[in-house]
Design a protein around this ligand. Structure first.
Ligand code: ZN
Length: 278
């Protein structure tokens, strides 16, 4: 499912096209897509101008000129696609936002796990999402990770490192794919207890989080065969061609040549190199 690099790619595209534009009309047809409140509440956004598009972890935050925030979470298969006005409807479209001048924004989601909801921005907290109580449980955004925070979040933890990296309360934005890529980059086993890393290993891990996520954003994210991630223009990401371990079971490690393996721990699994990750 979409992780930080995919959502960040979409965030940049959304900001580029829709910021400064006025929302003329909203049509919600997916009752499950807007499930936290009455779908008619989205009608309150009509007539407002979009002032910014923020992101916290995997959540998008579309802010309007009256202080309301439209929160979008893609989960498994959600897509936000631009469309020319009057172009053919797409199957699985659950909400349509009609903007002045730039056409429509469609929320498309075959599996309907994704969601949209309107939140009130409370206070003047500058960090995107921090003023939205529905997502207050999230840890810091993975792109804003600080070494001291990572060290304290891992200290004393017996849970496998990967389980902690994908726990959104610990760190927001990382999922299955990038956790494996980050552990490979840091030469650290994903199944070792989080609290067992040395200070130097924590430092290297922190560097790898930034390096892997930045490279994936530059590659416009990853689109896998079984996953419907598309950018605003319906294009697949490119970064899947650069995955070093994820989905490469049996293929040679790009560092040492040994076969990449898929290890199981608890209910989880991870792709890794048994020779160069410790
Ligand atoms: Zn290796």
């Amino acid at each position: 499912l979409p992780e930080l690099p995919e959502v960040e790619t979409l965030r940049g595209d959304l900001a580029h096209v829709y910021v400064g534009r006025r929302l003329l009309r909203v049509v919600v047809t997916g009752r499950r897509t807007v499930r936290r409140h009455d779908p008619a509440l989205l009608g309150q956004l009509e007539g407002l101008v979009l002032t910014s598009v923020g992101r916290l972890g995997k959540y998008l935050l579309l802010e309007w000129d009256d202080g309301q925030v439209l929160v979008a979470h893609l989960r498994m298969s959600g897509q936000m696609l631009s469309a020319q006005p009057g172009s053919a409807p797409l199957p699985h479209t659950h909400a349509v936002f009609v903007f002045s001048e730039v056409g429509e924004l469609r929320f498309v989601d075959p599996r309907t796990f994704g969601e949209l909801f309107v939140a009130e921005r409370a206070g003047d907290n500058r960090v995107p999402g921090r003023a939205v109580k529905e997502i207050a449980h999230l840890g810091p955004d993975a792109l804003e990770l600080e070494e001291r925070y990572l060290a304290s979040a891992l200290a004393g933890r017996r849970a496998p490192l990967k389980s902690l990296l994908v726990d959104q309360r610990v760190l927001a934005g990382i999922g299955n794919i990038y956790a494996d890529e980050i552990c490979f980059d840091a030469r650290t086993r994903p199944d070792r207890p989080g609290g067992s890393l040395s200070r130097a290993q924590v430092r290297r891990l922190k560097t790898s989080v930034g390096a892997v996520l930045s490279a994936a954003i530059a590659g416009k994210g990853s689109s896998l065969r079984d996953q419907q991630y598309r950018d605003l223009y319906g294009q697949a990401g490119l970064y899947q061609a650069q995955h070093k371990v994820y989905g490469r079971s049996g293929e040679p490690c790009l560092r040492c040549g040994r076969a990449i393996e898929r290890v199981m721990f608890g209910a989880r699994s991870a792709y890794m190199c048994g020779a160069c990750q410790h």
